[in-house]
Design a protein around this ligand. Structure first.
Ligand code: GLN
Length: 456
């Protein structure tokens, strides 16, 4: 823990840890030492981790990367952090993220950009660690913590993992409790581990999983020993290669990486098969209707009364002015854009044209996956992202849709509720990490991690 605290202090330029909790970490580490002395050391005992700012942590600032939660210190602990602490984990602090987890570059954060520890070739230009779990990815990649918690609504664990050369898994929807995690899009959000290896991800995922009566969408299922399952042989497994993911204009090095992944899985004894997921092209538009719709509803609670920030009011201002001013000052532009899109697609006149249609598309996307799994496919291999990490600021003047295109390979997985893992798979020609994604059957995280190990 002391060595990691030093590492965090030495890596301030990455702007990954935004609320360090070193006193808490030292107390937790001492308690872990004591448990180890007593011979009662659970899986996460004494392991220093970082926690995305989206998790409510008791008496510790929990702002979801937003000004509107300035000063908010929850009186409760999220189920996931509670489980990790019960398993002996040590929290070094809270990690930077895009505001309310909306973004793919960590540039919408109220704390400023998190920075990727990697550089391209001889260039000094600062790169994005990806988003929205950018601080989590940067912290793990820079070796300032052994692992970090992220959340993934449309790719926010997998894309930053790919951009920083680490492993990140989004579990099956319902595997992990959402209780105490600031809600973005409740039907898509899942928390997951971001780690240096597949084995670490397996260990941490087991410690954080399980049924929680406080989250009605958490599944009442036994949590398997993911670490043991991840050791299994993958000989004879069928890996689907979906043709719709071969996008027009896909960079050659992404194609080459994908082919290399196919070869590695074949070398490990798996069979690969061309498959079709015909509704893939509608996933991104459906996601960018459903996610903002749910967000507009979830974010209605930030009203200047119950949490965090309240705008300064003028003489004569009433409650309406308080809401308006607080939300205008407290939310950043991307969050405001999502609230407006969400409110629009849910409004009486447009509900059927947008929200209901997006829900139908979502069902078709899920059916595509169900069909290939029913035909004997065990897992699906795709690139994790359409490119390596880009420069911070590069998209500042771009149309927001350019940023949304980062999620093209990842959002289908959230819409279908499936587990997906990003694994570091190579470097691009400038020496930047690239990731591959494996998509699994519902509740088959163990099997998925075993397949992921063949790519390590
Ligand atoms: N980049 C996507 C978005 O902005 C995904 C975010 C996420 O997974 N939290 O919505």
């Amino acid at each position: 823990t002391e060595a990691h605290i030093e590492a965090v202090e030495g890596a301030g330029a990455l702007n990954a840890f935004v609320h360090p909790t070193f006193d808490l970490a030292r107390a937790q580490a001492e308690a872990a030492d004591e448990r180890i002395r007593r011979g009662d050391a659970p899986d996460m005992c004494g392991l220093p981790i970082g926690v995305k700012d989206l998790f409510c942590t008791k008496d510790v600032a929990s702002q979801a990367g937003s000004k509107i939660l300035d000063g908010f210190r929850p009186a409760y602990e999220s189920t996931v952090t509670d489980k990790l602490f019960t398993s002996g984990a040590v929290m070094l602090g809270k990690l930077n993220m895009d505001e309310f987890a909306m973004g793919s570059s960590n540039e919408t954060s109220t704390y400023g950009d998190a920075v990727n520890p990697w550089r391209a070739g001889n260039s000094d230009a600062a790169l994005t660690p990806g988003g929205s779990s950018g601080g989590s990815a940067a912290a793990v990649a820079a070796r300032t913590c052994l692992a970090a918690l992220g959340t993934d609504t449309g790719g926010s664990i997998r894309q930053p993992a790919a951009f920083t050369g680490i492993v990140g898994i989004k579990p099956t929807y319902g595997r992990v409790s959402r209780w105490g995690i600031v809600a973005f899009a409740s039907s898509l959000d899942q928390a997951g581990p971001m780690t240096r290896s597949v084995q670490d991800a397996a260990i941490m995922l087991r410690a954080m999983s399980g049924h929680d009566p406080k989250d009605s969408t958490s599944a009442d299922l036994e949590v398997p020993d993911f670490e043991a399952l991840a050791q299994q042989d993958i000989a004879g497994k069928v890996i689907g290669i979906p043709r719709e993911y071969r996008m027009d204009g896909m960079p050659e090095e992404i194609e080459a990486l994908w082919q290399q992944g196919i070869d590695m899985l074949r070398d490990a004894g798996a069979e690969t098969r061309d498959i079709s997921l015909p509704h893939t092209k509608y996933a991104l538009p459906a996601y960018y209707v459903i996610a903002p719709a749910e967000a507009s509803s979830n974010l209605a609670r930030y009203d200047g009364v119950r949490f965090g920030y309240r705008a300064k009011l003028d003489q004569g201002d009433g409650v309406t002015e308080m809401y308006e001013k607080t939300r205008a000052e407290g939310f950043g532009h991307e969050v405001q854009r999502r609230v407006m899109i969400g409110t629009y697609v849910l409004s009486a006149g447009f509900y059927d044209a947008y929200y209901n249609r997006a829900r139908k598309v979502r069902a078709l996307i899920k059916k595509d996956f169900d069909e290939v799994f029913a035909e004997g496919v065990d897992a699906i291999l795709t690139p994790a992202t359409p490119s390596a990490a880009f420069e911070l600021g590069a998209m500042a003047d771009a149309d927001p849709i350019q940023m949304y295109l980062n999620d093209v390979f990842t959002v289908t997985v959230n819409l279908a509720g499936l587990p997906g893992v990003a694994v570091p798979a190579g470097l691009d020609r400038r020496g930047l990490p690239l990731g591959l994604q494996l998509i699994g059957k519902p509740w088959a995280e163990g099997e998925l991690l075993a397949t992921a190990r063949a790519l390590e």
